[in-house]
Design a protein around this ligand. Structure first.
Ligand SMILES: *Cc1c(COP(=O)(O)O)cnc(C)c1O
Length: 354
């Protein structure tokens, strides 16, 4: 039986995507060859790469606006340093909203001065800082739109007179925002787009080429753009599965359609968390993420019963990150409203026991 997969990442992918992906491993598009054994320079794979790149821009409504989409390797963690390598000459601003932004800050410090414009470290990142002052002489401002570990999400993005960079690893393609307010967006595929092994980078070309340092080819966005995201052998399978997921999303009506379902899922779960005396949310209500809901059980004695019920109900991946504890329900695009319903039923049954 297929489990209800609330894993934070790598995580759930649409069933039909998994089916097509598995077929491609045996016989790709009737070629008599596996996707894994054809040249990445073949016409068939080049078409996969180009389709994936253009679907990403199309879904984000960034076509013909000066942006390029790249599928790189090294994860979002590689982008922590690539962003700074390519863009940080003097001073960059970072909003510190949790573990991932903290790591991005650490890497950027290798390349220049880093100003933390705001931080919610004082309360273990359970809120998004607001009303902070942004210096006027920044090379760029870096944000993390969704804090996967703490379950917070930025709703209102600041306006700034410098390039705006955003790590959207765990909420890209999940909600409608004006993506053109950003100059560079990056996301590890394994949260809302595909398998681990590739990272989507969307970059506005006119912000590049402004730093004075020499950039090694593999770390230079301009090189990857020039080579159409094929400077070296790309992660063919993760790129293909990402393409299938983007196609799936387009076919179901794009980001606006999935956002509606994502909002329903989040409302269903958060209303149970808020109504039940047995559970308590971690993140401040106004900053709650629709992707990752973090919560705890109020009576430790009920923990074993709850976890047994989760197991029996086929719920996978509900353990919270070690830095927060408790539980985390990740409700990425491919997770159905029904799966959230199953979890909420178990939670309300707990309420009767509690
Ligand atoms: C998971 C995650 C990362 C790290 O991604 P890797 O691909 O493992 O390097 C970075 N940022 C956010 C917001 C994440 O959720």
């Amino acid at each position: 039986m297929k489990k209800h997969n609330f894993s934070a990442g790598p995580c759930i992918l649409p069933q039909e995507v998994l089916l097509k992906a598995s077929e491609s491993v045996m016989d790709f598009n009737g070629l008599g060859l596996s996707l894994l054994e054809i040249s990445h320079r073949s016409k068939e794979f080049v078409e996969v790469m180009e389709t994936a790149r253009s679907l990403a821009l199309e879904l984000l409504d960034l076509q013909d606006k000066g942006y390029q989409a790249l599928f790189l390797q090294g994860g979002a963690s590689m982008e922590f340093l690539m962003v700074a390598y390519n863009l940080l000459e003097n001073k960059a601003g970072y909003l510190n909203t949790g573990t991932w932004s903290d790591k991005a800050i650490k890497e950027a410090k290798n390349f220049g001065e880093v100003v933390e414009v705001g931080s919610s470290k004082d309360e273990n990142f359970k809120y998004i800082p607001k009303g902070y002052t942004i210096p006027t002489d920044l090379d760029y401002l870096h944000l993390t739109s969704n804090n996967t570990i703490f379950g917070t999400q930025i709703n209102k993005f600041p306006s700034v007179n410098a390039p705006l960079i955003c790590d959207m690893s765990s909420d890209i393609f999940s909600r409608v925002i004006d993506f053109s307010q950003f100059d560079l967006i990056y996301a590890g595929a394994q949260k809302n787009m595909g398998p681990a092994g590739t990272t989507l980078v969307i970059v506005k070309e006119d912000i590049l080429g402004k730093v004075s340092r020499q950039i090694p080819s593999m770390l230079d966005y301009k090189v990857h753009i020039e080579k159409n995201s094929m400077f070296n052998t790309p992660a063919v399978f993760p790129v293909y599965v990402s393409m299938l997921t983007l196609q799936w999303l387009k076919d179901m009506g794009g980001i606006a359609a999935i956002e509606e379902i994502n909002n329903k899922k989040a409302r269903l779960l958060y209303s149970e968390i808020d109504l039940s005396p047995v559970f308590e949310g971690f993140a401040n209500k106004e900053d709650r993420s629709i992707m990752n809901a973090t919560f705890n059980i109020t009576d430790e004695k009920l923990k074993d019963t709850f976890e047994k019920m989760l197991k029996e109900g086929g719920i996978n991946g509900l353990n919270g990150h070690r830095s927060v504890g408790g539980y985390r329900a990740s409700m990425y695009n491919a997770l159905s409203l029904d799966s959230v319903g199953v979890l909420v039923d178990i939670m309300s049954e707990m309420e009767r026991k509690g």
